[in-house]
Design a protein around this ligand. Structure first.
Ligand SMILES: Cc1cc2nc3c(=O)[nH]c(=O)nc-3n(C[C@H](O)[C@H](O)[C@H](O)COP(=O)(O)OP(=O)(O)OC[C@H]3O[C@@H](n4cnc5c(N)ncnc54)[C@H](O)[C@@H]3O)c2cc1C
Length: 265
């Protein structure tokens, strides 16, 4: 571990000011990814700005057709939320499948979305539901937020404050998980709602989370698993690693997405 400064932010404005003032400073949320990365000397932030004590960044709110989850809400809070169970139960399934009980009690939705790990679950939910990422500066549609592996539209002094999810008519998340970490080898988030049919895949793409427009078009005509039976993805655009080859991932996208559609029904 390299030396770094540590500051506990007193407000979102204070956190942003601290990030602006110190080059190489990073926000600290649950620390589930950031701290091991620092310990392994894979990251060298000059300062950590702890968001952990900001009440403005915690909580779940349902208003009209929208569910808002504030950035420092932990996975365990989503898992236990009766409001989310009532409005978007697919998010409860998703949160319950993240890591283990320790990770679910420390990790936050804002940290997960900001980190944009190519196998993380929440990026698929954001893209699959057409969410809006609310930051200290602006509102970013999920379609424009996830740029590449571990890369988002966030600027260095920009903090996610909340994620807004439109409530869908139907939605489901199905994950074929790595049995050790529980990260997705392939995860499919499918929804039908105010923005039409959306299919978002995590764990598979060589550029991170992505939508599958041929499947969306087929499901718009006929929202049934058989409607996407013939659609094959190009393994050339899939990740390949010790856990699964690109051909296997391409095959799994079809299988897991059909299961997600069936779960929606
Ligand atoms: C053993 C293990 C298993 C896991 N399994 C899964 C899994 O199955 N599925 C899954 O999806 N995830 C999994 N995770 C990841 C975990 O769920 C966390 O979501 C993830 O580690 C990041 O969240 P965090 O709150 O810990 O963020 P941190 O580690 O504190 O931060 C991560 C990054 O996001 C930035 N950041 C944090 N908050 C904000 C914010 N509000 N605005 C801007 N930038 C911010 C930080 O600067 C840092 O770069 C696993 C992690 C571990 C350690």
């Amino acid at each position: 571990m390299y030396d770094f400064e540590f500051a506990r932010a007193q407000s979102v404005t204070d956190a942003v000011a601290r990030l602006k003032a110190t080059e190489g400073a990073k926000p600290l949320a649950g620390g589930m990814t950031l701290l091991p990365t620092i310990k392994l000397r894979l990251a060298k932030p000059s300062a950590l700005v702890d968001l952990g004590r900001l009440p403005d960044l915690k909580g779940i709110d349902v208003a009209g057709a929208t569910v808002t989850i504030k950035a420092m809400t932990r996975h365990a809070d989503v898992l236990r939320s009766p409001d989310i169970a009532k409005t978007i139960p697919a998010l409860v399934t998703l949160a319950g499948g993240i890591g283990d009980v320790q990770v679910r009690h420390r990790g936050t939705i804002g940290g997960s979305v900001a980190n944009n790990d190519p196998a993380a679950d929440y990026p698929a939910a954001c893209l699959g539901l057409g969410a809006t990422i609310v930051t200290s500066k602006r509102e970013i549609p999920a379609d424009a937020f996830f740029v590449a592996l571990f890369t988002t539209a966030l600027e260095p002094d920009e903090i996610i404050t909340a994620i807004r999810f439109p409530i869908p008519e139907r939605a489901a998340y199905v994950k074929f998980k790595n049995p050790a970490s529980r990260y997705a080898i392939v995860g499919a988030f499918v929804s039908k709602g105010p923005q039409g049919v959306r299919v978002a895949i995590t764990g598979a793409g060589d550029n991170g989370v992505f939508r599958v427009s041929p499947m969306e078009a087929a499901l718009t005509k006929d929202f049934a698993p058989k409607a996407i039976e013939g659609i094959r993805l190009d393994p050339g655009n899939m990740m390949s690693d010790i856990h699964a080859s690109s051909e296997y991932r391409a095959h799994l996208v079809g299988v897991i997405t059909r299961r997600a559609v069936a779960a929606c029904l």
